[in-house]
Design a protein around this ligand. Sequence first.
Ligand SMILES: Cc1cc2nc3c(=O)[nH]c(=O)nc-3n(C[C@H](O)[C@H](O)[C@H](O)COP(=O)(O)OP(=O)(O)OC[C@H]3O[C@@H](n4cnc5c(N)ncnc54)[C@H](O)[C@@H]3O)c2cc1C
Length: 415
Amino acid sequence: MAHTDVMVLGAGIVGTSIALNLAKRGLAVALVDRGGAGEGTSYGNAGIIEGNTIFPPAFPADWASLLRVALKRAPEANYHLAFLPTIAPWLAHFRAASRPSRLLETAQLMRPLFARSVVEHDVLCAEADGERYLRRCGWLKLYRSDRSFAGQARELELAASLGIANVSLDTEAARELEPSLAPVFRHAVNWTGAVSVTNPLALTRAYAALFAARGGVTLVSDARTLRRAGPHWQVDTAAGPLEAADVVLALGPWTNDVLAPLGITLPLAVKRGYHRHFRSHGNAALGRPVLDAENGYVLAPMEQGIRLTTGAEFAARDAAPTPLQLERVTPAARGLFALGEPVEQQPWLGARPCFADSRPVISRAPRQRGLWLACGHGHWGLTLGPATGRLIAELMTDATPFCDPKPYAAERFMR
Ligand SMILES: Cc1cc2nc3c(=O)[nH]c(=O)nc-3n(C[C@H](O)[C@H](O)[C@H](O)COP(=O)(O)OP(=O)(O)OC[C@H]3O[C@@H](n4cnc5c(N)ncnc54)[C@H](O)[C@@H]3O)c2cc1C
């Protein structure tokens, strides 16, 4: 039986960042996944390290918007009808958490993590030779109507009070930054402090390589073999059984697969999302990710091509792909930017692991000694992976945490 101090189950951006932070603090760590680092949800995101985020995504605020979603006319959201009864309780909590006062509360509770997000990536990138994957020119949110731009007033006001850098631009000023964008929008905001990634998979792999260089061990295993063995935890790996006093579950949307058999079920849902890469026509190019706010998609320049990513789809995690949103937004995206042929035959599908209150869980597991949780990073796992890694490593080593961890405790769901 092999022994280690800590096993981290799940080698997405969250688990890999945790394993690395623990190894940097001198612990013997095994990073365990059924596949390679960064090949799950962390593979397919829009690549934005959004330290600028203030408000979380919200349930539609008015009946007209809700009706558009219900009638499947809203590009930002889709659902499988047969899944609605299953997701209804989660949606009710999400709706309650979308009241203006709750959104403001979430913004305040999440700020310490967002404020550390770019810095903690910088720390890891400096050592992992990851700087080559980062672009430091912000990300652009585009608004096609005066009305939708006016809807951002509160966010911009708060950004000013919090000192979060951004620049509001008219069409021409935005096109000076991104000349290949067609003038189909009236306003833009460049969130200049945000950083974007040219290849999220390569970035996670760079962190995993640094982890290995620090003496960390990477193993292949099905995390569902996790079991208690006296005071320890064990999993079966391809290299034989492994034992540790502490285990961290960083399994993203698969967390409950391992947690539920241990008697704990977190109210974790998934918001599925798609992407597809496209070639550019002629010399068309993008220097940074661009959100088309009314149409609910992002165009993100990646090493593989221009990555078109979609909003949320409420469906069972493992249900067959239904890339309706991608089909719906592609014409609008083509009107904004000269997308050429798709790179892949089929779109990629991932599942954002989300709690209804839009806060992750970064804490001890209730009632299980030596079990730690880091999941539910929703729309911001790439952003928050390294900050999560630092926070959980500080909690596990009894160091002073860089922020109050209470808002991210699993206990909030155990009342
Ligand atoms: C379309 C889209 C766009 C996004 N854009 C952004 C963005 O711009 N910025 C941002 O910050 N975030 C974004 N996100 C969110 C972000 O990608 C996720 O929050 C993040 O990847 C979650 O990381 P994770 O490490 O928790 O999960 P994952 O990356 O899914 O990692 C979990 C790991 O667990 C492993 N695993 C699961 N089950 C088992 C098992 N039984 N045994 C062993 N291993 C197992 C998987 O193989 C996987 O490697 C986006 C998401 C989507 C879908």
